[in-house]
Structure formats: C-alpha cells, structure tokens
Design a protein around this ligand. Structure first.
Ligand SMILES: NC(=O)C1=CN([C@@H]2O[C@H](COP(=O)(O)OP(=O)(O)OC[C@H]3O[C@@H](n4cnc5c(N)ncnc54)[C@H](O)[C@@H]3O)[C@@H](O)[C@H]2O)C=CC1
Ligand SMILES: NCC(=O)COP(=O)(O)O
Length: 332
C-alpha cells in the first residue's frame, strides 16, 4: 500500500521554499490537501510567523500531527542562513532534503515528492553535477535522461521542452529525432498514467520562424522534426507538427492539443509562465515515482518578506494527488 502522505523538500532555505510550504499548510483545509511533511532545516520553518511546526523523525509520524502543525523532518542545521542571501550551507541543506525525499518516494515511504525551488548555481558549488532536479531524480530512479521528461502545466496549457537546460547556441546540434521520439512517447504515456488521458493529442513546435518556411528559414523541421513525427504517428500517437511556434499558443489553438512539445526551454516556458506563472506546476513524466514542483524559482529577491505567493506550490501538491489517484486506479 502506498502511504497517503507526501514529502516536500524545502528547496534552498534562503529562498521562498519554506514560506510557500508553510503557507500551503495553513491553506490545507481550504484546498483539501492530503497530509504532507516538509524536509529541510527545521529552523527555516520555525522562524516563520503564524506557523506551528512539529519535528518528526519519520514519515509515519506526519499524518498524526498534520492537523495541528506542519510536520518537519530535519536534515541539517542552517540557522545561519539569511533569507535572500544564498550560500553553500543552504545549498547543502537543499540537496540533502532532495536526496532524502527522493529516497523515500523510491522506497514507497511516501505517496510522492514535491520539490521546493533550488538554485542551480548554488547547487553546483556543493558538487551537484546535474543541470536540474529533473535529471538528478531521473538518475536516482534509474531512468535515462531522455526518458525523464519535464512538463509544465497549468489549467489551460501543458508544455514539454525537448531540449532543456542547455545554451541556446547548442539547441540545433542537440536536437535529434531520437530525442524528440523519446520525449513524445514519455509525454503520451505520462498523460494517461497521471491524468487519465487516453491517446492524448500532441502538438509539436518547429524550431525556426514559421516552422522553417519549407526550408527557407532553416532545415531542422524537414530533416529532423517532421520525420520523427511521421514515425510517431505510425506508432499510433495522436501527434501533429511541426507547427509555427508563434501561432500555436493562442487560446483557440490551445483547444487543439493536450500537450505541446517545444524544441527548447524558453519556447515552452515563456507561454506557460505568461499564462500560469501563479498556478503552473512542473512535473517530471517517465519516473516510477510522482514528482511535482512549483513552476517558479527561489525568488531570493523577496525571500523573508512574507509576500511569496503559495498558489503554485498548492497546485503542485494537488497535481501530485491527481497523479496518485490515476496511478492507483491503473495499479501502477
Ligand atoms: N524548480 C526549481 O527548482 C526552479 C529553480 N529556479 C532557480 O531559481 C533561481 C531564480 O530564478 P529566477 O529566474 O529569478 O526566477 P524566480 O521564479 O525565482 O523569480 C522570478 C520573479 O518572480 C518572482 N516570484 C517567483 N516566485 C514567486 C512567488 N511564489 N510569489 C511571488 N513572486 C514570485 C520573483 O520575486 C522574481 O521577481 C535560479 O537560480 C534558478 O535556477 C528557477 C526555476 C525553477
Ligand atoms: N526552468 C525550469 C526549471 O528550472 C526546473 O528545473 P528542475 O530543477 O525541476 O529540473
């Protein structure tokens, strides 16, 4: 039996992670959130105003105390960390929280993990070698990088970047038909497994302006993207493209697909953040575990001020619950 409790890693304690987790706990009844506990430095939570915190020593204790206090599994003391001033102590704490949370999810100790925002820059300073949490979690789960798919989703749009955290100058050379096919297959499976969408409609963006304008504005569409789509269609995927990226995100166009595959990070993240900065969720598809995250970052510039909006964190908890519901339904 999968336990009904979720783990939330704090993210960087100098960012807004602890604050939005605390605010989500305060909003637990209004949003009917399943029990969860935070993993991180207890003092990052104990210092928050109006929040009752209870230290726990294992996930089983979380459910019993969730009604009266935010349960926190302590990893490391980082009481010296100052909000808005990230340092390596905070990065170590963020990494330990992530490692512990993923370990609990992998061993069925929790129903899923929601990860708080980390600073990639700070993590690299403490030996983190992955481009982001997505790839780290994939490795811990034994899933190949290309099969662990970043998806960002809000009420009116889901997007998947095919290439992710790489310099824009490297996008054309890193874009291969194999990568596109791997992302599309995982996205299709993920739509069903986590959201109950059978045969989801997938739209694929071109790379170049006007999807290459028949080769006049670039050849990647004809050489790489269209052949990959044709193969996927033969496999039975409900997939169209390459579409002009500039015309596929307006309201009427979004009605035609369940998920958009985009060729690079900002092609995917600009529309989703323009539409759903407050309530967007980042979910990793293709994992044996459930992992979601708010779509925003550490927001060091407002940390410690009490003004962080918890909506995206609440949406991330709810999406993990939705995924759990569907996976339990299908026995996965
Ligand atoms: N899932 C993750 O762990 C993510 C981590 N990051 C990391 O976050 C760091 C900062 O990245 P930025 O590009 O500055 O993006 P950001 O999302 O942290 O901040 C962008 C702007 O939005 C505001 N903002 C963000 N979340 C907010 C919230 N919940 N309530 C109110 N205002 C909010 C910030 O104050 C800032 O003005 C980077 O080191 C990056 O690596 C970025 C995106 C996702
Ligand atoms: N821009 C999205 C992002 O940075 C999320 O990265 P990850 O840490 O979830 O891999």
């Amino acid at each position: 039996m999968t336990p009904a409790v979720y783990a939330i890693s704090s993210g960087d304690p100098a960012g807004i992670g602890p604050e939005i987790i605390g605010k989500s706990w305060l909003a637990r009844k209004e949003h009917q959130l399943a029990p969860f506990f935070a993993i991180g430095c207890s003092c990052a939570f104990e210092s928050l105003p109006n929040l009752l915190v209870e230290r726990i020593s294992n996930p089983e204790e979380a459910t019993a105390c969730f009604d009266r206090a935010l349960p926190v599994l302590n990893v490391q003391d980082c009481s010296e960390v100052v909000a808005g001033q990230p340092d390596t102590t905070g990065a170590q704490c963020a990494l330990q929280a992530l490692e512990l949370g993923v370990g609990l999810a992998r061993t069925n100790g929790v129903a899923g993990i929601i990860t708080g925002p980390v600073s990639k820059d700070q993590l690299q300073k403490v030996g983190f070698t992955h481009p982001g949490q997505t790839e780290f979690i994939a490795e811990r789960c034994g899933v190949a990088k290309e099969n662990a798919v970043m998806m960002l989703a809000g009420p009116s749009l889901r997007v998947v970047p095919i290439t992710v955290h790489i310099p824009v100058s490297e996008v054309p050379s890193r874009l291969t038909a194999e990568l596109i096919k791997a992302r599309a297959r995982t996205a299709a499976k993920g739509m069903h497994r986590n959201f109950g969408l059978e045969n989801p409609r997938i739209a694929v963006a071109g790379l170049n302006p006007h999807a290459g304008e028949n080769g006049r504005l670039g050849n990647e569409e004809q050489d790489i993207i269209a052949p990959a789509i044709a193969e996927l269609r033969e496999e039975g995927l409900n997939i169209v493209g390459p579409l002009s990226a500039d015309t596929m995100f307006h309201a009427a166009a979004r009605e035609n697909y369940d998920v958009a595959l985009c060729q690079y990070h900002d092609q995917a993240l600009i529309p989703i953040k323009a539409l759903h900065f407050d309530d967007g969720v980042n979910m990793t598809l293709g994992l044996p575990i459930i992992r979601t995250s708010p779509d925003h970052g550490t927001a060091f510039n407002i940390a410690g001020q009490g003004i962080a909006n918890p909506t995206s964190m609440i949406a991330a908890i709810k999406m993990a619950m939705t995924a759990r519901h569907h996976r339990d339904l299908y026995g996965e």
